[in-house]
Design a protein around this ligand. Structure first.
Ligand SMILES: Cc1cc2nc3c(=O)[nH]c(=O)nc-3n(C[C@H](O)[C@H](O)[C@H](O)COP(=O)(O)OP(=O)(O)OC[C@H]3O[C@@H](n4cnc5c(N)ncnc54)[C@H](O)[C@@H]3O)c2cc1C
Length: 134
């Protein structure tokens, strides 16, 4: 997730107060600037999850952690559903041929979706009473 530096807005000059806090407070993070593709199995079937684990393992050329791919295979689809329930939007699942695994990209598309996704989830976090402590 993207870290934000909170500014005490009462001390800002009027022209800066007019700018949405998210515009001035977001200071970086790979999550903000990344392409926004979420690798995931096609569906919840055991076959799709197995294909996901095998393909990610092959794509990583043995360099990654299979135990984490297994967690992803189990958790990514419910996690995306949860994010959608908070207002997040993703493009339709797209197979990454020649692999069986696919992606959903944060809407509206590559590089443009992540700032929107982070703001949506951050707004949900604040609505739920969340506060940043830094
Ligand atoms: C160009 C690009 C494209 C990518 N595309 C994809 C993709 O399509 N799909 C994918 O899955 N991954 C992609 N990645 C990788 C992905 O972006 C990162 O793995 C992911 O964003 C890491 O998330 P994070 O929360 O660990 O770190 P970040 O999102 O980088 O968040 C870390 C935050 O910590 C803050 N911070 C650092 N030090 C401190 C400190 N001392 N005190 C307070 N805050 C601090 C930083 O400012 C930053 O905001 C891409 C990366 C890049 C650069």
């Amino acid at each position: 997730m993207t870290a934000r530096l909170r500014t005490d807005r009462s001390t800002l000059p009027p022209e800066r107060k007019a700018i949405r806090s998210t515009s001035i407070a977001c200071v970086g993070g790979n999550s903000r600037v990344c392409l926004g593709s979420f690798l995931m199995p096609k569906d919840e079937t055991a076959e799709s999850k197995k294909a996901f684990i095998e393909d990610v393992k092959a794509k990583s050329m043995g360099g990654g952690r299979v135990d984490l791919y297994e967690v992803l295979a189990e958790r990514i689809l419910p996690a995306i559903k949860w994010a959608e329930s908070k207002g997040a939007q993703f493009e339709p699942w797209l197979q990454q041929a020649p692999w069986r695994v696919g992606v959903r990209i944060a809407s509206p598309g590559q590089y443009r979706g992540m700032p929107k996704l982070l703001e949506t989830l951050h707004d949900a976090f604040e609505k739920a009473g969340g506060k940043e402590r830094f």
